[in-house]
Write a protein that binds this ligand. Structure first.
Ligand SMILES: [Zn+2]
Length: 398
């Protein structure tokens, strides 16, 4: 079942009981009342108290054993290529391990690690379309990989972006990974994207690897992309004062990544809060990267922002779930009626000094994951990448 997209979404009624905590993914109301969730045909039907819900007639029943549940985590920034393989580190199975770290949706920022990747318009379009179509058909451990992110080059005219849009691509790859990097050139691209309804994202900071470009604060402010990719650098950061300036003046979403400058991520958190823009702050990993692939990368960012940044843990989870879903219009990231049943069951790790999940995270402990579900289908039991969770759900179904 692990790689079989035809298996999902699950048919029938799923009942989840004995939840200790329900994280919604929404900043305005990060914790929901209730201890049970009903899922029908892979989508959430109801959330509430078991005593008040109609739990009869379940095709599958899960006893959460007091675990918390979060919306499946979203990685707002990663670089898949093809299959569950990354040429960046010559590693197999990194996406499946990301599911073990609670990530159920991954958004490509460009398939740039493909060896010998094309840079001519036809080749770039072909690569993006192929990547997008392949990942629609291929879901490692059920993960939803939103791929097909063509990287802009200087010789591409508006017609290239029109073709990209017409072929069903939803967003471009990072401006700055190709020859378009300076503000004026980037602005032309973001204007075309906006006219055509393509989401634009822009690398921020020093080059990630030989061949990519430096993008500074002024380039970003001139282009005003829909997403300021890794405002904390990928991995080399712009100056802290410039991070602050972007948090005040950039109109797009502000993304912080695991493979960036951690100190700058904390500066961005503080500045975004001061600007009343916590809803614009998104978490990604920028994996695979020079530092490797980190299956727990999104969890580590949540823990970093909570423990060192002082952000309440229940709010930190929203940055990797509902914030991304809303700013990037994804069908994911919220525990809410009608949304896909993408769930991470988690708890404090065993022997944490925190009393519960939220306190453990605020103390800097990486949570333990007991189960991951995507589209109502159980995809992992106890995680192979996190420490063991204090509690873990069990499947009672028949
Ligand atoms: Zn980048």
């Amino acid at each position: 079942m692990a790689h079989d997209v035809a298996a999902g979404p699950a048919k029938g009624k799923l009942v989840i009981r004995n939840l200790g905590l329900i994280l919604s993914g929404e900043l305005e109301r990060p914790l929901l009342d209730g201890d049970a969730i009903i899922v029908v045909d892979g989508r959430i039907q109801a959330i509430g108290r078991a005593a008040e819900l109609d739990l009869a007639g379940a095709d599958l029943e899960i006893d959460a054993k007091g675990s918390a549940v979060s919306p499946g985590l979203i990685d707002s920034h990663c670089h898949p290529v093809f299959g569950d393989w990354t040429p960046r580190q010559n590693q197999l199975g990194w996406i499946e391990m990301g599911v073990n770290g609670g990530v159920t949706t991954l958004v490509s920022a460009g398939e740039v690690h493909l060896p010998g990747r094309p840079k001519d318009a036809l080749g770039v379009k072909a690569l993006a379309i192929t990547a997008q179509r392949c990942f629609q058909n291929f879901r490692p451990a059920g993960a939803k990989v939103i791929a097909g992110a063509p990287v802009p080059e200087l010789d591409f005219g508006r017609e290239v972006y029109a073709d990209i849009k017409a072929s069903g691509i939803r967003h471009i790859g990072e401006i700055g990974l190709g020859t378009v990097a300076k503000g004026r050139d980037a602005r032309r691209v973001t204007d075309w994207c906006r006219e055509l309804g393509l989401e634009s994202i822009m690398h921020t900071g020093g080059p990630s690897i030989a061949g990519s470009h430096f993008v500074d604060k002024d380039d970003v402010l001139e282009a005003q992309p829909d997403v300021v990719s890794h405002i904390n650098g990928g991995p080399t950061s712009i100056a802290h004062a410039d991070v602050r300036a972007l948090c005040e003046k950039a109109t797009g979403a502000l993304e912080v990544v695991h493979n960036g400058n951690e100190r700058s991520a904390l500066v961005a958190l503080e500045a975004a809060q001061e600007a009343g823009r916590l809803a614009d702050l998104l978490i990604g990993t920028d994996a695979p990267a020079g530092s490797g692939v980190q299956p727990n990368g999104v969890l580590r960012m949540i823990t970093l922002l909570s423990s060192l940044g002082g952000l309440k843990a229940e709010l930190a989870f929203c940055l990797a779930t509902g914030n991304i879903a809303r700013r990037r219009s994804l069908d994911a990231g919220l525990i809410k009626a009608g949304m896909p049943a993408d769930f991470v069951f988690l708890d404090k790790p065993q022997h944490s000094s925190g009393r519960d999940l939220l306190e453990a995270v605020s103390f800097g402990d990486i949570p333990g994951i007991g189960m991951v579900m995507i589209d109502g289908i159980v995809r992992t039991g106890r995680s192979r990448s996190t420490p063991p969770s204090h509690s873990a759900p069990v499947v009672l179904g028949h």
